[in-house]
Design a protein. Structure first.
Lengths: 443, 303
C-alpha cells in the first residue's frame, strides 16, 4: 500500500510541476472568462450601438410616413426620387435607401433596400417585420377595427416552467438553463475522460520506451504500478478541474467588479427595460430577454451541490473505467504511433455516448435511449451528467453508479492482466488475439 | 543463500525453463551464462518475483520466496532506463524508497555514492542531459543503494565504456568483499570470466553445465601446450610423448601447439626438447569460458 502511495505521489507531482500543466491551468480560466467577457461585451454593444439611418423613398401612399424610428433604426422619409438618392447615397449621411413602391396590400412586391454595404440579416428582418406590421394594421383597419382596439391587442406572454420535485415542492426550471448546464457538463466530461485517459496511456508507453519499467516492477507489482499511475493522474485531473472552477469564478467576479462600472450596469438595465417595452417592435430582443430572466431564475433552482458532486463521481468512475483500458493499450505497444488500431474500439463508445447525449438525451432526457445510455458504463458518465440538470430519479442515479463501479472494477481487472504481460514485451507488433492470450496467462 | 529447485516456466507455445535447478552460495559471484533466448531472463524474472514459475520453487535463505525478499534483492535489468524528465537525485530517491528505505537514509546514501563515483553535482540534472555511461552509473547506484544481499546484474557491462566498466567492476568486487552475493547474467562470457566463482550454463531452457569456474576449466583441460623455441629437433623422437597440432614460424622462432599423450607430463616434453633447442616459453592451453561455452552449446545442438 505504501508503495502505491509513493507511485501516486510521483505521478501526481511530476505532472503538476510541469510547465504545461501550470500554463493550462491558469490560462484556461482566463481564456474562458475572456471569451465570455468578449461575448457579453459585443452582445451588449450590438444591442445598444447599432444605429442605422435609412432614407425612405415611398411611392406608396399607404405606407407614407408610417414607419416609426427607435434607438436602433431611424426612418427618414425623403421627397426625392430613387435614382437621385441612389447616386448621392455615398456622400449623404444615410446608410441605406429603402424603396417602397405602390403595391397591392394582398401581394406586396418590389420593396428594395440599397446600401453602400450589404445589409445584415438582423436589419433585413427588422425592416421587413416593420413593414409587415404596417400592412397588417392597415388590413385590420380596412376590415373595421379601430386603432385603439389594435393597441389593446398587443400582449406579451412569458411562460414560467416549473417542475414539481419528488418532495412536492415546485422548482423553477427552464429547458434552456438545463440544456446549457447539460452541454457544459457533457463536453467537460468527454474532454476530461479523453485527456486524462490518454495521459495514462502516454505514461505507460513512456515507462516502456524508456525501459524503466523493468527496474520498477522488480520493486513493485505491475498492478500497483498501474493503479498508482491511474490514481495519480486522476488526482491531477481533479486538481485541474477544481482550480478551473475556483479560478474562473474568481476571475469573472473580479472582472465584473473592476471592469464594469456602475454607469454601464445602469445602461444595460435600461436597455433591458427598453427591450420589454417595445416587445412587439423588436421580438428578437424580447425573446432574448425573456429566457434570460428564466435562466437566471432556474439556475437558482438547480441544485449545484448535487450536480458538481455527481459530476465528480462520474468523472472519477468514468475515468477509472476508461483509463484502465488506456493503460492496457499503452502496455501493448512500443510507441504512440502503434496505438491507432486499439484506440478505435475504446474511443467509439465514448464518442457515441458523447454525440447521442448531446442530441438525443438533451431532447428527450427521460426516454428509453437516455435511460439506457445512462446505465451502460461505457456511456453513462457522459449521459448521466447530461441528464442530471433535467432531474433524474434517485434510484436511477444509484443504479447507474453501482453499474459504473462494477464496470471499472471489471475493466481494471481485465486491463491489469493484459498490462502485466504487455509491459515486458518489446519490439513485437501486438494483435488483439495476442492480447487475449496474455489475458489468459497464469501469473 | 538462493536455491532454485526444478523450475518450469511455460509460455503459450514454448517452454522457457525446463526443470532448472541452481544452488547459489552466499558471498559468491555466480555467472548465469547462455546464448540469447536460452531462458536466463525468464529465470531472473522468477527470482525477482516479476513472474511466478509454473512448477518448482525458489528458496531465499531457506525461506520460500515472498514479498519481503524484494527489498533484499537488487536487480539491474538488461533493458534498463530512467524517467527522462525526472531529476537524477529525485529519481534514485524514488527508486530506493520503493525498496523500503526512508527518505533521510536514502538521501544520505545517495550523497555517499554520488561522491564516491564522481557524480556529485548531478542531483538536479535530468536524465536527458546525461550520456549513456553516466546513466548507467545512476542505474547501478539505484540497484545497490538499499544494500541488498543479492544483486542481480543482467548484461552488466554491455554499453559501458572501458573506464566506467572498470569503475563498476571495482565497486562490484568491493561489495562482494563486504558480503553481497552477485548473479551475472550474460551471453558474453569474456566480460565476466575473471569475476565469477561459479557458473551455470543454460541453453534452450535447460541447464547444461554447472560448477566452479576452476573445476570446469580443469575438466576441459586436454593436456595441450604452447611451446616456443629456437632451433631444430627430430620430430620422429616425439612419438609416444606428444603430437604437434599446429606450427608457426615467427622471426626465426618456432611456435608449436602440442597435445600430450595420456599420462605424459610437460617435464617429459621439456627433457626431450632441451638437448636440441633453446626453449623460450611453455604455456598450458587453458580453454576460456567462451571456448567451453561454444563447445558445449555446439555439442548440444548436434545431439
Amino acid at each position: 500500500m505504501n508503495k502505491i502511495l509513493l507511485i501516486i505521489r510521483r505521478e501526481y507531482l511530476s505532472r503538476v510541476k510541469k510547465k504545461s500543466f501550470i500554463i493550462m491551468t491558469f490560462l484556461t480560466p482566463l481564456l474562458i472568462a475572456g471569451i465570455y467577457g468578449l461575448i457579453g461585451y459585443f452582445t451588449y454593444k450590438g444591442i445598444s450601438d447599432t444605429h442605422d439611418k435609412i432614407a425612405v423613398v415611398s411611392v406608396n401612399k399607404t405606407l407614407k410616413d408610417q414607419l416609426s424610428s427607435d434607438k436602433n433604426i431611424e426612418y427618414d422619409y425623403v421627397n426625392k426620387g430613387l435614382d437621385e438618392m441612389k447616386k448621392s447615397l455615398k456622400k449623404s449621411d444615410y446608410d441605406y435607401v429603402l424603396y417602397l413602391p405602390e403595391f397591392d396590400l394582398k401581394a406586396p412586391k418590389g420593396v428594395e433596400l440599397f446600401g453602400s454595404k450589404q445589409a445584415g440579416l438582423s436589419l433585413n428582418s427588422r425592416i421587413s417585420k416593420d413593414i409587415e406590421e404596417l400592412i397588417r394594421n392597415q388590413k385590420l383597419k380596412e376590415s373595421g377595427i379601430a386603432q385603439s382596439d389594435l393597441d389593446q391587442l398587443k400582449t406579451s406572454v412569458d411562460i414560467e416552467t416549473k417542475k414539481i420535485a419528488d418532495t412536492g415542492k415546485e422548482e423553477s426550471s427552464s429547458a434552456g438553463a438545463s440544456t446549457i448546464i447539460a452541454f457544459i457538463a457533457g463536453i467537460l466530461m468527454f474532454m476530461f475522460i479523453m485527456l486524462y485517459g490518454i495521459q495514462v496511456m502516454r505514461g505507460v508507453i513512456e515507462e516502456k520506451t524508456s525501459r524503466i519499467i523493468e527496474v520498477m516492477i522488480s520493486s513493485v507489482k505491475p498492478f500497483q504500478l498501474m493503479m498508482g499511475k491511474i490514481i495519480g493522474i486522476a488526482l491531477v485531473g481533479l486538481t485541474q478541474f477544481i482550480l478551473w472552477i475556483v479560478l474562473t469564478l474568481t476571475i469573472s467576479t473580479v472582472a465584473v467588479t473592476v471592469l464594469v462600472d456602475k454607469a454601464d450596469v445602469k445602461k444595460i438595465a435600461a436597455s433591458a427595460q427598453n427591450g420589454s417595452q417595445i416587445t412587439t417592435g423588436t421580438p428578437a430582443v424580447s425573446a432574448a430577454h425573456g429566457p434570460m430572466m428564466d435562466i437566471q431564475k432556474s439556475l437558482a433552482g438547480l441544485d449545484f451541490g448535487k450536480i458538481v458532486s455527481v459530476f465528480i463521481f462520474f468523472f472519477i468512475g468514468g475515468y477509472l473505467f476508461y483509463s484502465a483500458l488506456y493503460a492496457a493499450i499503452g502496455s501493448a505497444v512500443d510507441s504512440e504511433t502503434e496505438t491507432q488500431q486499439f484506440m478505435m474500439p475504446v474511443m467509439m463508445p465514448l464518442l457515441l455516448g458523447y454525440a447521442l447525449s448531446l442530441s438525443v438525451v438533451t431532447n428527450d432526457p427521460y426516454g428509453n435511449i437516455a435511460f439506457w445510455l445512462s446505465m451502460i458504463p461505457f456511456t453513462s458518465p457522459i449521459a448521466m451528467v447530461v441528464r442530471l440538470p433535467y432531474g433524474v430519479p434517485n434510484w436511477e442515479l444509484a443504479l447507474s453508479m453501482v453499474i459504473l463501479v462494477a464496470g471499472f472494477i471489471g475493466t481494471v481487472w481485465i486491463a491489469s492482466r493484459i498490462y502485466r504481460v504487455g509491459i515486458l514485451m518489446y519490439g513485437k507488433k501486438t494483435t488483439f488475439k495476442e492480447m487475449f492470450k496474455w489475458f489468459t496467462y497464469k501469473n | 543463500m538462493l536455491s532454485v529447485k526444478n523450475i518450469v516456466k511455460q509460455y503459450a507455445s514454448h517452454r522457457a525453463l525446463d526443470q532448472v535447478s541452481l544452488e547459489i552460495e552466499r558471498g559468491k559471484i555466480f555467472g548465469l551464462l547462455g546464448p540469447n533466448g536460452a531462458g536466463k531472463t525468464s529465470l531472473i524474472r522468477i527470482i525477482t518475483q516479476i513472474t511466478a514459475p509454473d512448477s518448482g520453487e525458489v528458496l531465499f535463505n531457506g525461506e520460500r520466496l515472498n514479498a519481503n525478499h524484494i527489498s533484499q534483492i537488487g536487480y539491474l535489468p538488461e533493458e534498463r532506463g530512467l524517467y527522462k524528465k525526472m531529476e537524477i537525485g529525485e529519481q534514485v530517491l524514488y527508486l530506493s524508497k520503493l525498496k523500503g528505505l526512508s527518505t533521510a537514509e536514502a538521501t544520505k546514501r545517495i550523497k555517499f555514492w554520488f561522491e564516491k563515483l564522481e557524480m556529485a553535482g548531478w542531483w538536479n540534472k535530468k536524465v536527458e542531459d546525461l550520456s549513456k555511461g553516466m546513466q548507467q552509473k545512476v542505474q547501478f547506484v539505484a540497484t545497490i543503494l538499499h544494500q541488498p544481499e543479492l544483486i542481480i546484474l543482467d548484461e552488466p557491462f554491455s554499453g559501458f565504456d572501458p573506464v566506467n566498466a572498470d569503475i563498476i567492476k571495482n565497486e562490484i568486487l568491493e561489495l562482494n568483499k563486504q558480503g553481497a552475493t552477485f548473479i551475472f547474467s550474460t551471453h558474453r562470457m569474456e566480460s565476466v570470466e575473471e569475476l565469477c566463482d561459479h557458473i551455470a550454463l543454460i541453453d534452450r531452457s535447460k541447464k547444461i553445465l554447472d560448477g566452479g569456474v576452476d573445476e570446469i576449466k580443469a575438466t576441459y583441460r586436454n593436456n595441450t601446450y604452447w611451446v616456443e623455441y629456437e632451433g631444430e629437433y627430430n620430430a620422429a623422437s616425439a612419438k609416444g610423448i606428444f603430437e604437434v597440432l599446429q606450427t608457426e614460424n615467427v622471426k626465426g622462432k618456432t611456435l608449436i601447439k602440442v597435445q600430450l599423450q595420456q599420462d605424459k607430463t610437460a617435464n617429459e616434453v621439456l627433457s626431450l626438447l632441451l638437448p636440441h633447442v633453446a626453449i623460450h616459453r611453455l604455456d598450458e592451453v587453458i580453454p576460456t569460458m567462451n571456448d567451453i561455452f561454444i563447445d558445449k552449446v555446439k555439442r548440444q545442438n548436434y545431439e
